[in-house]
Design a protein around this ligand. Structure first.
Ligand SMILES: Nc1ncnc2c1ncn2[C@@H]1O[C@H](COP(=O)(O)OP(=O)(O)OP(=O)(O)O)[C@@H](O)[C@H]1O
Ligand SMILES: [Zn+2]
Length: 474
């Protein structure tokens, strides 16, 4: 029986989907103004693993993760770079794919961009105004009126007056109440804008998730997720908007709220604004992507995880131990998996750990028990060894690890020591495939970027007249 900790009720609850066998999940995505850092990676690796487990559990999953491609940070960065917000956002979206794909994060079913859904956001705001939950200020902003929500603070336990900050004091003159938040922002001169009933402007941040999740998943969602930094104000405001717009209760909006613990560096959230971040790109120059993924899942998903070289090195050792157990066994992952039921014991232990609010560290410990049994079977019982190896790989794949050939992985880590390459063969092929597609679509910038990246790590590409590319180590 699957139990998940629900931030709304603050307890572990037995999970039951709204519709039998199907799950609708919405996760707040990236604001695309710069490269993704390891903090973003932690949240998305965690949700990717949760999704993989839910599928293994037998659910059909509809996963939506939005892309915030217009907001203040994007506007400021675009001005600084002397490029349009559109150009900056689409560049960063391509970079985001390169970075998240390399960590073996499967893509969501839908990744709606805010700028593609302005009309439905405007309609959502209109509904809130009609229902007297929002008002237009003299300068053309639309504000959400927190006083109209009787249970504001239900998710985060924030009291209404606690939201009163210095920033709000500055806007006091035009808001009815300093705690109210913006739904539609009037465009300043030179800023990108969309035409609305309230003038030229752009949506506020919170409203995009209410409007987009409703458009893609309907009024009632099984799971809504994000980092724990989003509980307040972002998710609190989303609850206010969605429940008021649709006249529904909090629990008929989202059944389970899942929040991930922050990746920290020097005891603070890793973030751009604190300038204490490492981009995914920087890190995979130093460690292989699978080690990074392993590291990101090495603490309970709700707890903070401390970034340190030592912690990553430990992750590398653990992964090496698992790959070494698999090494030297000639097994067929599919055949051995279905031919043999003897590993039911391990599968059920693994499932129990994951059913207990996705306890990744304890799920890892089952993989180590299997590796131990496998190391013994390798000497004594080859048939059992093959079965164990297939099951170990199968369960590890649910966590998104052990997807490489042990031979390549173990050889690869030797290369890392010699600083010769920093990508697995599988990932190199993936990048080449992406580049071939980019070339087909005449996206020359992207294709050049991939080539440059591969050259940097010592891979030489040769483009054939057929459109195919062959590669070799320099
Ligand atoms: N250090 C972190 N650890 C875990 N998750 C994080 C971290 N930083 C951001 N996230 C999560 O990544 C997702 C995308 O975040 P978003 O693009 O809004 O970044 P952000 O919080 O503004 O970070 P930054 O200010 O560094 O750009 C959110 O779910 C957010 O909670
Ligand atoms: Zn959101």
């Amino acid at each position: 029986m699957l139990k998940i900790f629900n931030t709304l009720t603050k307890k572990k609850e037995i999970f039951k989907s709204i519709k039998c066998g199907e799950i609708k999940i919405y996760v707040c995505g990236i604001t695309v103004y710069d490269l993704c850092h390891l903090g973003h990676a932690r949240t998305f690796v965690i949700f990717d693993t949760i999704l993989r487990y839910l599928k293994h559990y037998g659910y059909q999953v509809k996963y939506v993760r939005n892309i915030t491609d217009i907001d203040d940070k994007i506007i400021q960065r675009a001005i600084k770079n002397n490029e349009t917000t559109d150009h900056l956002a689409s560049r960063m979206i391509q970079e985001m794919y390169l970075d998240l794909d390399i960590l073996n994060i499967l893509r969501p079913n839908y990744e709606p961009k805010v700028t593609d859904h302005i009309e439905l956001i405007i309609n959502f705001i209109r509904l809130l105004i009609e229902r007297n939950h929002a008002y237009v200020t003299s300068d053309g902003n639309v504000m959400f009126s927190i006083q109209t929500v009787y249970n504001y603070g239900v998710l985060s336990c924030h009291k209404k007056n606690q939201t009163f900050t210095q920033r709000n004091i500055r806007n006091k003159m035009i808001k009815k109440d300093p705690v109210d938040f913006v739904l539609w922002k009037t465009a300043k001169s030179g800023e990108p804008y969309w035409i609305s009933p309230w003038g030229k402007g752009r949506p506020g941040w919170h409203i995009e998730c209410s409007a987009i999740s409703h458009a893609f998943l309907g009024k009632h969602i099984d799971i809504h997720g994000g980092g724990s930094d989003l509980v307040f104000p972002h998710h609190e405001n989303e609850i206010a908007q969605s429940t008021c717009a649709h006249h529904i209760t909090v629990d008929s909006y989202v059944n389970t709220w899942i929040h991930t613990g922050m990746l920290t560096f020097n005891d603070e959230k890793m973030s751009k604004s604190l300038n204490n971040f490492f981009t995914i790109r920087e890190i995979i120059q130093k460690y292989d992507p699978e080690t990074i993924r392993y590291f990101l899942l090495s603490a309970h998903y709700r707890k903070p995880l401390r970034y340190s070289d030592n912690n990553i090195k430990n992750a590398r050792l653990s992964l090496k131990h698992l790959y070494s157990a698999l090494h030297g066994i000639n097994f067929n992952p599919i055949v051995q998996l279905y031919d043999n039921n003897s590993e039911k014991y391990f599968i059920s232990k693994f499932n129990n750990k994951m059913n207990n609010d996705f306890n990744f560290p304890e799920a890892y410990s089952i993989l180590f028990e299997m590796a131990h049994a496998l190391n013994i079977a390798k000497i004594k019982d080859h048939v059992r060894a093959k079965s164990l190896a297939a099951h170990l790989k199968y369960l590890a794949n649910i966590l998104g690890i052990l997807y490489q050939d042990p031979e390549i992985y173990l050889g690869y880590n030797t290369c890392i020591k010699n600083n010769k390459q920093s990508l697995t063969v599988e990932k190199i092929r993936e990048l080449i495939y992406m580049r071939e597609n980019a070339r087909k679509n005449k996206e020359w910038q992207l294709s050049d970027k991939i080539r440059k990246r591969l050259t940097e790590i010592g891979i030489i590409l040769e483009d054939k007249p057929t459109g195919k590319t062959i590669w070799r180590y320099n």
